[in-house]
Design a protein around this ligand. Sequence first.
Ligand code: ADE
Length: 280
Amino acid sequence: MSTTTYTDVKIGIIGGSGLYALDNLQVLGEVYPLTPWGHPSDKITICQTKEGTKVAFLPRHGKGHALTPSEVPARANIAALKHLGVRAIVAFSAVGSLREELVPGQFVLPTQIFDRTKGIRPSSFFEDGIVGHVGFADPFHEPLAELIADHADALVDSRVHRNRTLVCMEGPAFSTRAESHFYRMANCDVINMSVIPEAKLAREAEIAYQMVCMVTDYDCWRPHEAAVDVTTVMGTMEGNKNNAKRLCEAFFPDLERAVNTAQFRGKDFFAGVEGAAKIA
Ligand code: ADE
């Protein structure tokens, strides 16, 4: 484990199912900070691109996929990234498709979230006398989405769809067919178990946040077709993780420039939060 203290790592990448490392980058070290909300999902790898950009990589479910979506310590994850200096998070996630045209292997940059988690995940930093109500009407960071989409040509045999709605369910069991049809009726386009509370916490911490959805399956709404299972999800992700890494490599130089502009500069969130000193 690195003894170096990093405070200038402005880009954070959260890897979802099947994306457990950015092994195309040079590794500088690893950190595993104790935040007031506990440890993050796993060690955070501090990497460097060939242009010299520092990037923090965190596998959401741990490297061995040891955490269910309901167990992910999202507050510790976001607090740890904030403490490293992160201003923009690009969060990858496997998703099921609720639309014929969103084909497994393709990418989606959603603009909206429909929260169908069950209220059992701690989803705010504000409690114990610290009260805050952030705006969440537009849960993702439009300039960040734009910047990622500009590099879609880095993908091999794939494409990026934009302006879609992501429904987040509790899991860990997948949806019933009735639920899958209901989400389609509610104009949802893709489904996962991970964007909530991560996106809300990033907003509270004033970190620009965009989820990059990787379509792995058609959930279970298509008639006469086998329902989604874990083997299908992991199989598609295995084929597509190199595309995710290629996309990152392509947008890193532009993102490095962008995070230094006012559009990406949040306030010092932890300045007034009691216990912040415990982050080591
Ligand atoms: N992640 C990947 N595919 C999914 C699906 N069909 N439902 C929920 N989460 C998913």
